[in-house]
Design a protein around this ligand. Structure first.
Ligand SMILES: [Mn+2]
Length: 322
């Protein structure tokens, strides 16, 4: 845990002093962002009697629909009613997305508690609980909840374990530290529903997802620099009857090619531009830096970017025109 004790004390003070709290998950929310949000929400509402709004510009993913209060997410809120905003799992201010319409978010009034684990997080909050050694934002939330002496009930435990399971790739990524497994064990002792988490996240694939993965696999190449790469566009997805969310997780398969040093999955959306995801298993490669070349960021071993433009294929290479 690399967050100084004083930061936790400041965060606890913010929570104590607030009555109407908005917790924001990043756009395109995943199980870590949703699990962090709901765990905090359940604790603050049921144990400290706070009014809490869980907010995200996009709806939460189906693989979280077993979590308590899953249906409580709002796609907008009135910031003038809030006396504290908490962002969870947001590596940059733009990830909150509400900043475009609510500039007060980053003004310090109301205060912003920034809870995260992305290397790219520059501490945009009034108080920052950011630990880039943590495998997931839920890990930081777990420490905050236990320091504030909240009781971890089975609903909170399931929400936290869900995020931990997701961000460690089912405890297979290199961020699966002894601490992660220790916390996972404690959460199971508290009654976390591990079986449902596994079924929801790991053992469930729709036909659209299977077809999307199949198309990506067919197009996979390893280039001279040992980059494993594949690309897809929105036309491909329309043909399959799939959505961009159906590409989630395909990058981990690209990253499993033994001769590859790092991997990249590119997705072209005619409206939004080209989204790239990077992964590596090589300790000497920092893909967060590679993503940074395209204005993106993330972690050493998992990062991404979004740039305007289109993809152009120069067989067997893929180039971005921007
Ligand atoms: Mn995360």
């Amino acid at each position: 845990m690399s967050i100084p004790e004083a930061q936790f004390q400041d965060a606890e003070k913010l929570l104590h002093n607030a009555q109407r709290i908005v917790i924001i998950s990043h756009r395109g929310p995943d199980a870590d962002s949703v699990g962090s949000n709901l765990a905090l929400r359940l604790a603050l509402v049921r144990q400290w009697g706070k009014e809490v709004i869980s907010a995200c510009v996009d709806p939460p993913p189906e693989n979280c629909d077993h979590l308590e209060d899953f249906k409580s997410f709002m796609q907008d809120f009135d910031i003038s009613h809030a006396d504290l905003v908490i962002s969870v799992d947001c590596g940059a201010p733009t990830m909150l997305k509400f900043g475009d319409t609510k500039p007060e978010l980053f003004s310090g009034t109301p205060p912003l508690l920034n809870i995260d684990h992305h290397t790219s997080n520059d501490g945009f909050g009034t108080v920052n609980l950011v630990d880039d050694n943590a495998a997931a934002a839920v890990q930081v939330v777990y420490h905050l909840l236990t320091r504030c002496r909240f009781r971890i009930d089975r609903h909170i435990a399931t929400a936290l374990l869900s995020g931990l399971y997701f961000d460690t790739g089912s405890f297979m990524h290199s961020n699966t530290t002894p601490e992660v497994l220790e916390i996972a064990g404690r959460l199971m002792w508290k009654g976390a529903d591990f079986k449902t988490i596994v079924r929801k996240q790991f053992r469930t694939m729709t036909v659209a997802q299977l077809k999307t993965f199949g198309t990506v696999f067919e197009r996979t190449n390893v280039n001279r620099r040992k980059l494993t790469v594949a690309a897809l566009n929105d036309d491909d997805l329309r043909g399959i009857g799939a959505t961009p969310e159906d590409t989630n997780g395909v990058i981990d398969y690209l990253n499993s090619v033994p001769e590859g040093n790092f991997s990249c999955f590119l997705y072209e959306d005619r409206q939004k531009g080209v989204k790239g995801s990077f992964r590596t298993r090589d300790d000497s490669i920092n893909v967060s830096k590679v993503a940074g070349l395209f204005g993106g960021g993330g972690h050493k071993k998992a990062a991404g970017f979004l740039v305007p433009g289109r993809l152009r294929q120069i067989t067997p290479r893929i180039k971005i025109d921007s």
